[in-house]
Design a binder for this molecule. Structure first.
Ligand code: SF4
Length: 247
């Protein structure tokens, strides 16, 4: 579950454990759950189900990536986790402690911690709660698939930025499910993408206009923009294939 990834906006993906519960409209077509159901069958999804920690061999892979990254001038990104959520309430806090230790031991990597539980981040990194603090080489991202979720969660992400000072903040506007109006509390990096069919779950259509509007607002706010894909990997309109990284 550690690998050189096919996700366009990162260099590697790392899964410290597998398993999760759906908590957002963005979870409806959860790729990870579909993969477990149809390819591996190893982990049952949902509340009260066990999360499965990945192997010690998998946990050693970032150490090798870190060595390779030390020789490079540009940043090496690790997306954590594609088959789970780092800030899942049902994960043993000691697993998160171990993960943060690993992140600290790999200072040449920039870790992208994307969550659909952004409201948990401050309390789950607070030493007063017995938690290990957020490592200095971690960036924090929130899933913001529609206006309602953006309005509800952007200030939680902003609070994380102010209090924990991650490397940067990012928003995963994927799958993008509505037109969204941003404001000055938008994340540093805006990643936009349409959905892909997952078995019986048919992709919900992303209007290209929604992506254009986000791109223009990102420009006005001085943030970085990354267009990952259109719905079901349809051709990307001219002018919208912009793949910036945070500076
Ligand atoms: S948070 Fe991510 S891994 Fe968990 S159910 Fe939602 S989409 Fe799947």
């Amino acid at each position: 579950m550690g690998e050189t990834t096919k996700i366009e906006w990162t260099d590697h993906t790392f899964n410290p454990w597998i398993g999760c519960t759906k908590v957002s409209p963005a979870c409806d077509g959860c790729y990870a759950e579909h993969m477990m159901d149809h390819r591996y069958g190893r982990v049952q999804w949902g509340a009260g189900e066990d999360r499965k920690r990945t192997t010690p061999g998998n946990w050693r892979k970032p150490i090798a990536w870190n060595k390779a990254a030390a020789a490079k001038a540009e940043s090496t990104y690790v997306f954590c986790a594609s088959l789970a959520d780092v800030f899942d309430n049902e994960v043993d806090p000691l697993w998160r402690w171990d993960l943060f230790k690993l992140i600290e031991a790999t200072p040449h990597l920039t870790w992208l911690l994307l969550t659909k539980r952004i409201g948990n981040v401050v309390k789950m990194t607070d030493p007063a709660n017995g938690c290990r603090p957020l490592p200095r080489n971690a960036a924090i991202g929130a899933s913001l698939p529609n206006q309602e979720e953006y309005d509800r969660d952007r200030m939680k992400l902003w609070e994380v930025k102010q209090r924990l000072q991650p490397v940067f903040t990012f928003g995963s506007f994927e799958p993008l499910l509505s037109h969204i109006i941003l404001d000055k509390h938008a994340p540093d990096w805006v990643i936009v993408g349409g959905e892909t069919d997952q078995g019986s779950h048919k992709a919900r259509h992303m209007e290209s206009e929604w992506a254009w509007v986000l791109m223009r607002q990102t420009r006005e706010l001085g943030r970085s923009f990354f267009l990952k894909q259109m719905t079901n990997k349809a051709p990307i309109p001219d002018g919208l294939l912009i793949r910036e990284f945070p500076t």
